[in-house]
Design a binder for this molecule. Structure first.
Ligand code: MLT
Length: 310
């Protein structure tokens, strides 16, 4: 048991996570919405910290966190943690890789179907009493090729669901040494051929120095005319100005975006005004199931890190 060991809960967590920490004798200290000096002060005297996406554990913050030994991100992306500083200071760092995958994959299809069947404008017309049956001709997913960029847990959940919609799937992942045999039906491609071949490209990569701006103007130009881009990964992976230009010119037929380079996205963001864009406020992991899994996984990982037990 870890009586006396404190874990700062820096972003709101599912109550099950707090109970799981207490059950292992760890003391959760709930303080959310902190940054800079206030965050450094809150980290003083704690052994571990659990964050979601909002709290930024920057190099400056971590450099001053004298007692901190373990950082757990309840969720997938670790782009809000300065990994180099954490490593230099010998801190344990982990995410909860499996927790969000199904929720993100389901959102991808929610967005894609909504985009291709014009569900948002059609529902909004009807809510205002307009029965626009002929205005909204959509497109089926069946028979189209889905290009999955990033073939980790989330990418694979997306690919699996694409089969149910009778889509063909190709995938790209530079980090996989061997292609998983059970996904032989989703053949591996280099990025450029995947972009040229896919009717729908969906991104499932972390934001890192080598993926920032990966989908730039040149790569957007390589995409099939009339293709659709889905991004429920991280905004910084896509050059937003280049994407807006391609959508305005009709080179891409649409985009479904759950993430933005700057979040919250400003109300006057050029992509939000385009009729061929459906956008949501980073809802990928926003399900009760994902939050519960992320919280309890984070608590278990933290306990292992601080106490050496499961
Ligand atoms: C994640 O990385 O876990 C997801 O994008 C969810 C989030 O950050 O809210």
């Amino acid at each position: 048991m870890g009586r006396g060991l404190k874990v700062l809960i820096a972003d709101p967590l599912d109550p099950a996570a707090l109970a799981a920490l207490r059950a292992r004798g760890l003391e959760p200290v709930e303080r959310s919405g902190l940054a800079g000096d206030a965050l450094v002060a809150a980290l003083d005297g704690v052994d571990g910290v659990i964050v979601r996406g909002a709290t930024k554990l920057t190099a400056e913050v971590l450099a001053h966190a004298r007692t901190l030994r373990a950082i757990v991100r309840a969720g997938t992306g670790l782009d809000n943690v300065d990994l180099a500083t954490a490593k230099a200071r010998g801190m344990f760092v982990s995410n909860t890789p499996a927790a969000n995958a199904v929720s993100v994959a389901e959102l991808v299809f929610g967005l894609l179907l909504a985009l291709e069947r014009h569900l948002v404008p059609a529902a909004s017309d009807l809510a205002r009493g307009r029965w626009e049956k002929t205005k909204y001709a959509g497109r089926e997913l069946a028979g189209r090729t889905l290009g999955v960029v990033g073939f980790g847990r989330i990418g694979r959940e997306v690919a699996t669901r694409a089969r149910a919609f009778a889509m063909a799937v190709v995938a790209h992942d530079p980090l996989l040494p061997e292609w998983p045999a059970e996904f032989a039906w989703a053949p591996r491609r280099e990025l450029e051929p995947l972009l040229a071949e896919s009717d729908v490209v969906t991104l499932h990569l972390p934001l890192a120095p080598d993926t920032r701006g990966l989908i730039d103007a040149a790569r957007i130009a390589r995409m099939k005319p009339g293709a659709v881009l889905v991004n429920a990964a991280r905004g910084g992976i896509v050059d937003e100005a280049a994407l807006a230009a391609a959508l305005r010119e009709g080179r891409l037929s649409g985009a479904a975006l759950d993430v933005f380079e700057r979040e919250p996205a400003p109300a006057d963001h050029p992509l939000l005004a385009l009729p061929n864009v459906i956008a949501t406020p980073h809802l990928g992991a926003s399900t009760g199931e994902a939050q519960q899994r992320a919280g309890t996984e984070a608590a278990a990982i933290m306990a292992r890190a601080l106490l050496g037990e499961g």
